[in-house]
Design a binder for this molecule. Structure first.
Ligand SMILES: Nc1ncnc2c1ncn2[C@@H]1O[C@H](COP(=O)(O)OP(=O)(O)O)[C@@H](O)[C@H]1O
Ligand SMILES: [Mg+2]
Length: 348
């Protein structure tokens, strides 16, 4: 099956998309960096999936979700899609490295303020998915990708891979949006290392479960998780049930408060994103770190080459602004306003 989607470099799909390199591979397909031959030099990412019987065929769903995200600034654009005899494909914006690579390959250990900044970026990306009515259900480092390979968007993380996504609302008879009823038991969807205890218990996942996964992602790239290396699900569950102060040892103290807050929510509740944002932000206030400062994985050269920093012109134009204000002019996605935003209006 993998052979069907194992494209060689130089292959051209639909007379338009020329394969350059492979960016990633999964069970049912792969992702390639491709060049648009109709727009020379324009690079994009193509996700390909085999049409084999037995394959879940999730690309259609991914296309649907990208369509819903089309007006959201921190999401990738959909450029093309298609179905051939043996495979289906979709073409989207090309992002940079995923968080797994950034954290693993960073030449320096990630500091706590960087963990907190990653937390804010990921929270923003997760909220965008929630705002259009979906629970992601597979929040993990490999599914967060830098918004672009270079430049300012490289300092944002976008959430990708909608293969396990589920709508938490549906249209009522009168056209109004309503919460879907939680099922009592469901098949496990997600990744053992990062999913919530509710997910292990085969309960319906809600927005809160994506936020539990976010905390697990952050602690995984910080100090690791108590269940790392454990294979037995029962044992993982016992460890996930431990006191948050043990799970989030050596993390910013607010992680425990966030975990305790999440424990008060049910799968149908809308999380208070602003509360979580403010708690993550406390680490940045304590350490005086902001979103204009470099990350440990950036080299000085990449900074200089890609003009990530505010330009002299920007500094002059916004000279009355402190760095605190300037960071939100450059990264409006991380502005506290985004987290206070009401999102989708639901009738419960
Ligand atoms: N738009 C993109 N830009 C850059 N890299 C991407 C993009 N989409 C996916 N990737 C890379 O490919 C990997 C696999 O993609 P993903 O959509 O998560 O597929 P899978 O379902 O196989 O996990 C990601 O972890 C990431 O490294
Ligand atoms: Mg993935």
């Amino acid at each position: 099956m993998a052979e069907l989607v194992d494209f060689q470099d130089g292959k051209v799909i639909c007379g338009r998309w020329k394969v350059h390199t492979q960016l990633g591979a999964g069970g049912c397909g792969a992702v390639y960096k491709v060049e648009d031959l109709c727009n020379k030099g324009f690079m994009a990412a193509m996700k390909v999936e085999s049409n084999d019987v037995g394959n879940m065929g999730v690309l259609k769903l991914e296309v649907q979700v990208l369509g819903k995200l089309k007006d959201i600034p921190d999401a990738f654009r959909l450029y093309d899609m298609g179905k051939r005899k043996k495979y289906s494909f979709m073409v989207m914006s090309l992002g940079g490295q995923d968080l797994l690579n950034l954290a693993m390959r960073s030449p320096k250990t990630l500091s706590l303020p960087t963990i907190a900044r990653i937390g804010v970026m990921c929270l923003s990306a997760i909220k965008s998915i929630h705002d259009v009515g979906f629970v992601h259900r597979d929040v993990k480092p490999g599914n967060f990708v830098q918004g672009c390979t270079t430049g300012r968007l490289a300092r944002l993380l976008y959430l990708i891979d909608f293969g396990l996504i589920r709508a938490y609302m549906k249209e009522g008879k009168g056209g109004e949006m309503k919460m879907r009823k939680a099922r009592t038991t469901v098949a496990l969807r997600g990744t053992f290392r990062y999913c919530s205890l509710n997910t292990h218990n085969r309960l319906e996942q809600g927005r809160v479960d994506d936020l539990y996964s976010l905390l697990h992602v952050l602690q995984a790239i910080n100090r690791g998780l108590p269940w790392d290396g454990v294979k037995d699900e029962k044992e993982i569950m016992m460890k996930k049930a431990m006191d948050p102060s043990i799970i989030f040892k050596d993390a910013p103290a607010e992680f425990v408060t966030i975990a305790e807050y999440l424990m008060t929510l049910s799968s149908t509740d809308k999380p208070d994103y602003m509360k979580v944002y403010k708690l993550l932000f406390e680490e940045l206030e304590r350490t005086n770190v902001n979103f204009l400062m470099p990350y440990e994985w950036e080299t000085k050269r990449s900074d200089e080459n890609t003009m990530v920093e505010p330009s002299k012109h920007e500094r002059k134009t916004f000279q009355k602004d402190s760095d605190e204000k300037l960071q939100y002019r450059i990264y409006p996605q991380l502005n506290p306003k985004k987290f206070a935003d009401a999102g989708v209006q639901l009738l419960c």
